[in-house]
Design a protein around this ligand. Structure first.
Ligand code: GLN
Length: 502
């Protein structure tokens, strides 16, 4: 007979896991233990009284440190915001809270989400739970590690050029970068506002789907957010109706890609073809320019967004120590920002400066449009694109810290998706030398549902060679209470949420 767990017992098992393992991994910058236990107690009381419970009641979710959660610290991995306390909650956070989720803590990240290894955090790197000598990827490395080390059920991250998908790939998590505008950015600390998106990291596609569905949608507080038509959410499956068409872009299978990853991804594609998918070789001819365009647009927006951290309004300040206002700005920023943040502020300021704007920033925006058009044309012929998420598996800690260009190359297969505003998901696709491989699926705007559908198929055969585990009894009990309501909206959604207590 299976043991029934109370919410408090379940939560305690996660807190114990953090206590046991996070000293080595350093996924969390802060764990809200007391608060979390108090909330679990309330959940148990609600259940005992047979009160109505939310869709994610008692489910432990971790928050990347650049997401605001009212009355809690949020530092964006930076010294400049070391003591900053959020005065409101991000819309995505609020939406999860409204359906009963419990936030377990804030996760480590590259400072202001600039980086590909979580080594740019002012609070030290996070280590890959699969192999502590390897990086987690970044910038949402803390979230990816917390999820795959089973220190929470799922986590929120942000993705500007790959920061959800790349660490998901390196750690063996599922990571979704939603269509630009699908999730409100209100309360996400802005890095590059035209590219940033909040999304879930989880242990199964289904978990990521549930969280995405809970956080998506129009928000009056973010003018760029979209109404996602209900028809999108309930759209008929392609799988049941037509033969699916998958495009394999030749520019993503070039030299520089680890041959074993190439083989791994193409083996999955071959399996899908055998199972009835139509597979086409296609070309996205302007892919080569994506990284250059990204590394102009993103720093340009960074230089403007980070101007607000000047010692006056937020966090660290040299007030009282500096002789005048200018010196106060300079000292605060010199002491508060790390090397990568400074590098990008300088790069971005240069790219936007008079005389250089047309040659750099404007050209990058024009290039972005051409890259977008490549995808528009391609999606007339195919429904999905499949690529590797990253050119290599996780690399060693410290290996790329002195070489920013090599570090930037980690994003080569992810940045185009952000430039084109498309949704993409990284799915674990087995291991190479003990390290996870990420398979990226890209689709048309607002077709996240199709990503989940194909993702689930791939996951069942390749999910680190293991099937997702069953729900523990406690969560099943919670679900039963919400089944009627939920299944009416969204059949087949719940069963795989992986909140294993061990
Ligand atoms: N690694 C990329 C960068 O450093 C992506 C960051 C992100 O998506 N936030 O810009």
């Amino acid at each position: 007979m299976k043991k029934q767990l109370s919410c408090q017992e379940l939560v305690k098992s996660y807190l114990d896991k953090i206590k046991k393992d996070d000293g080595k991994i350093h996924a969390f910058l802060e764990v809200w233990s007391d608060e979390v236990m108090a909330k679990a107690k309330k959940v148990d009381a609600k259940i005992a009284k047979k009160e109505k419970i939310g869709l994610l009641e008692g489910i432990l979710i971790a928050l990347k440190d650049n997401l605001l959660y009212k009355n809690h610290l949020a530092s964006s991995g930076s010294k400049i915001l070391e003591k900053y306390i959020a005065s409101y909650s991000a819309t995505a956070v609020k939406k999860l809270e409204d359906v009963g989720a419990i936030f377990i803590g804030r996760t480590n990240m590259d400072e202001f989400a600039m980086g590909s290894s979580t080594e740019n955090s002012a609070y030290g790197p996070t280590k890959n739970p699969r192999d502590l000598s390897q990086v987690t990827g970044g910038s949402s490395g803390g979230s990816a590690a917390a999820v795959t080390a089973k220190m929470c059920v799922a986590a929120l991250g942000s993705d500007t050029g790959g920061s959800i998908r790349q660490p998901a790939a390196f750690c063996g998590a599922v990571g979704l970068k939603p269509t630009y505008s699908a999730v409100s950015r209100y309360g996400l600390m802005a890095m590059s506002s035209s590219l940033d998106q909040i999304g879930p990291l989880a242990n199964t596609v289904e978990d990521a789907e549930i969280i995405f569905n809970a956080i998506k949608g129009r928000d009056a507080k973010d003018a760029t957010s979209s109404v996602i038509a209900r028809s999108e959410a309930t759209k008929q499956s392609r799988f049941r109706n037509d033969k699916i068409k998958i495009g394999i872009p030749k520019e993503y299978f070039v030299s520089g890609l680890d041959p074993q990853i190439k083989q791994n991804i193409l083996a999955t594609v071959a399996k899908l073809e055998k199972d009835g998918a139509e597979v086409k070789k296609i070309s996205l001819p302007h892919t080569d320019y994506a990284l250059a365009a990204y590394y102009l647009i993103m720093p340009a927006e960074v230089s403007s967004n980070l101007a607000r951290f000047d010692g006056v309004k937020y966090g660290l300040s040299s007030r009282g120590k500096a002789k005048n206002l200018l010196e106060m700005y300079n000292q605060t920023r010199a002491n508060g920002f790390g090397a990568e943040a400074k590098r990008r502020i300088i790069l971005g300021t240069f790219a936007l400066s008079a005389g250089y704007y047309d040659a750099y920033y404007k050209k990058a925006r024009q290039t972005q449009e051409i890259i977008k058009q490549d995808f528009v044309k391609t999606f007339k012929d195919v429904d999905y694109l499949i690529t590797p998420t990253t050119p290599t598996t996780a690399f060693k800690l410290g290996e790329r810290t002195d070489d920013p260009l090599t570090m930037y190359l980690s994003d080569i297969f992810t940045v185009s998706v952000n430039l084109a505003g498309l949704p993409a998901i990284s799915i674990p696709n087995g291991l190479i030398n003990g390290l996870p491989v990420g398979l990226q699926i890209i689709s048309r705007p607002f077709e996240e549902n199709n990503l989940f559908e194909l993702g689930k198929i791939i996951e069942t055969t390749h999910y680190l060679n293991k099937k997702p585990r069953r729900l523990p009894a406690f969560t099943r009990r919670l679900i039963i209470a919400t089944l009627g309501r939920f299944f009416a909206l969204c059949p087949n959604s719940w069963p795989a949420i992986n909140c294993s207590a061990n």
